[in-house]
Design a binder for this molecule. Structure first.
Ligand SMILES: Cc1cc2nc3c(=O)[nH]c(=O)nc-3n(C[C@H](O)[C@H](O)[C@H](O)COP(=O)(O)OP(=O)(O)OC[C@H]3O[C@@H](n4cnc5c(N)ncnc54)[C@H](O)[C@@H]3O)c2cc1C
Length: 565
């Protein structure tokens, strides 16, 4: 795909250097900005400067680097090997950059080498949950075996300081005498900026770095409103997404797996084949007990993803529209973990679902299939949002002025929420599911996020952070988008007065309390509708005796305060 040229900039106006919003210090003191890795929270003025095209978006920097080096990169000799740098694309099937790397190697008759860099500081800076690190490392085992079957080595190396990653990759490319390195694009700010630098740096050293779109069905930047703007509302964006895919059927073409390496590769790279998948770095390890539970719950790797997808499309997708909101029912695909680590591509998912329908139209035929495809599209939507409004990746809300909200940082409320001891059974069940599985049902994610922001009035970014630190499917764009939606500070504006009532949500989506009883065993003995509100519905004594807490806030009072603030 040809990179877009950077947009013409308006004349640079004075962007206030650092004008903190009124509550900037308080939010920082409460761990919103990770000062070990990042500067102070940016000013609202600076965030707005991205919107008025005064500051280049990180993707524009990368596109400019690709465009600016295109002629030089074309001239680069292949030399002895071609390298594919695996990141969040831990699969051999339908992997765009891997396919291109493999083609380059095949045409030149040289071997392909896979590279994966474990960067503990990136895990730390990006709040990657230990369960997610563990899933990626287990997926790497599968990937390594799949590549080995093709005589392709996968070299995995831990680089302690993330600033050293570019240099270390350069050393490896030199050692392997590789002229080309391929990678799929990641849309978070750190990664786009890093890749922009790498493309230029490597080009200066005579190495071609190719960075291509892969993770979305429709690459960011291709869908605009009638006036040429980025959509900020999902429904019209989705109609445009569907139209675009219908008009560009190649978007659902799947990339072939890489071919076999030349037979000589085994002997030549014997030391690379010998490398082991490392253990999780310090601070990101699981206890033995956790590993046992999580490994059984979440088998890793591409084959598992394909099995799960096939089974879902065979058995459950038809009923998805009916069941997807009931957390006690296995009505959703549980594939988010695979999308997040790239053990499954969104193209493969949408195409498989489409092929199990009677029509090729993404918005026709079986209702369950249509709904599911529209959910997978949310993932694209939030990545498009992140690319266009990059400051959402820098702790700012979509509308910068929403930084001016005076949130609470009440530590006791926050720990009741994280521990699942708020006295709201549906909230507590959900938070315990998160700890117990490293995953939470989507309906419950919305309930607990709304509860944190609108009942406890806590800074939504504390919840966003806690989710990233615990989710096996933690994905910056989807998590940030979900939190923005629930706290009414994101795109697809949900009016602030739309406040989830946890009791009504509980009655509607867990009518028999099955989900609550599973995750809050103290309430097992509570019968009937009291399960949703034991203290308010005559089962207070039983709940108290079992050690279940009373509600830490009253929804009605909190709702009024949220509306008033
Ligand atoms: C506050 C909040 C935080 C969230 N954080 C994350 C996150 O870190 N990572 C993540 O992958 N999803 C996140 N989501 C979206 C959603 O909850 C999960 O994708 C979903 O629960 C995963 O389960 P599943 O694979 O069974 O989904 P299914 O219902 O089977 O949906 C299929 C796929 O569609 C995508 N999808 C579905 N709903 C959404 C959505 N609302 N936003 C974006 N993509 C969606 C996911 O990739 C999902 O795997 C969040 C939602 C909220 C409200």
């Amino acid at each position: 795909m040809a990179p877009k040229q950077p947009a013409k900039r308006k004349a640079q106006t004075t962007i206030t250097k650092h004008t903190p919003h009124p509550f900037h210090q308080e939010s920082e003191e409460n761990g919103i900005v990770l000062r070990k890795f990042y500067p102070h929270e940016m000013s609202n003025a600076r965030a707005r400067a991205y919107n008025s095209d005064e500051l280049p978006r990180p993707i524009e920097l990368l596109n400019a680097a690709l465009a600016g080096t295109a002629a030089d990169r074309k001239k680069v000799q292949v030399k002895d090997a071609v390298v594919h740098w695996f990141k969040m694309d831990l699969r051999t099937g339908d992997n765009q950059a891997l396919f291109l790397a493999s083609e380059k190697a095949r045409e030149a008759g040289v071997p392909l080498i896979g590279l994966y860099i474990v960067s503990p500081q990136d895990f730390e800076a990006h709040l990657t949950a230990p369960i997610r690190v563990d899933f990626m490392l287990r997926s790497l085992e599968v990937l390594k075996a799949d590549l080995e079957a093709l005589d392709i080595p996968l070299w995995i190396e831990t680089v302690d300081k993330r600033a050293r990653v570019p240099e270390r990759i350069m050393e490896l490319l030199t050692e392997w005498r590789a002229g080309h390195i391929f990678a799929n694009m990641e849309y978070e700010v750190d990664e786009l900026r890093r890749e922009a630098k790498l493309v230029r740096l490597y080009a200066e050293k005579g190495i071609a770095m190719e960075v291509v779109h892969d993770t979305c069905v429709v690459p960011p930047g291709q869908l605009t409103t009638g006036t040429g703007r980025q959509y900020a509302v999902y429904s019209p964006w989705f109609r445009s997404w569907v139209r675009h895919v219908h008009e560009n059927q190649e978007l659902l073409e799947l990339a072939e797996r890489p071919g076999m390496n030349p037979p000589s590769a085994r002997e030549r790279y014997s030391s690379l084949f010998e490398c082991d998948v490392p253990h999780a770095p310090e601070g990101k390890t699981l206890s033995e007990e956790e590993a046992k539970v999580f490994h059984a719950l979440w088998p890793a790797g591409e084959h598992e993803a394909m099995k799960r997808l096939a089974k879902f499309c065979e058995d459950a997708v038809g009923g998805y529209g009916r069941n997807r909101d009931l957390p006690s029912t296995p009505g959703t695909s549980n594939l988010s973990v695979h999308f997040a680590s790239g053990t499954l591509s969104a193209r493969t998912a949408v195409r498989t679902a489409r092929d199990s329908n009677k029509t090729k139209k993404l918005d026709g035929g079986n209702e369950g299939i249509q709904t599911w495809i529209s959910e997978v599209a949310w993932r694209d939507f939030y990545k498009h949002v992140l690319v266009h409004w990059p400051y959402v990746c820098m702790n700012k809300p979509f509308k910068p002025e929403y930084s001016n909200i005076s949130w609470s940082y009440d530590a006791s409320h926050f720990s009741s929420w994280t521990e699942g001891r708020t006295g709201f059974p549906i909230v507590d069940a959900a938070m315990r599911q998160l700890r117990g599985m490293g995953w939470m049902h989507n309906r419950c994610r919305m309930i607990v996020a709304s509860f944190l922001a609108k009942d406890l009035l806590l800074d939504w970014r504390m919840g966003e952070r806690f989710f990233m630190e615990h989710l096996i499917d933690g994905d910056f764009a989807s998590n940030n988008g979900g939190w923005g939606f629930a706290a009414s500070v994101g795109v697809d504006p949900q009016p602030y007065f739309r406040i989830f009532n946890p009791l009504l949500q509980s009655e509607k989506f867990d009518p028999d309390g099955e989900y609550i009883r599973k995750w809050v065993p103290e309430l097992k003995g509570v019968v009937g509708k009291a399960i949703h509100d034991p203290y308010g519905r005559g089962e207070g004594d039983r709940a108290r005796k079992a050690g279940y807490p009373e509600a830490i806030v009253q929804h009605k009072g909190a709702r009024e305060k949220a509306l008033a603030d």
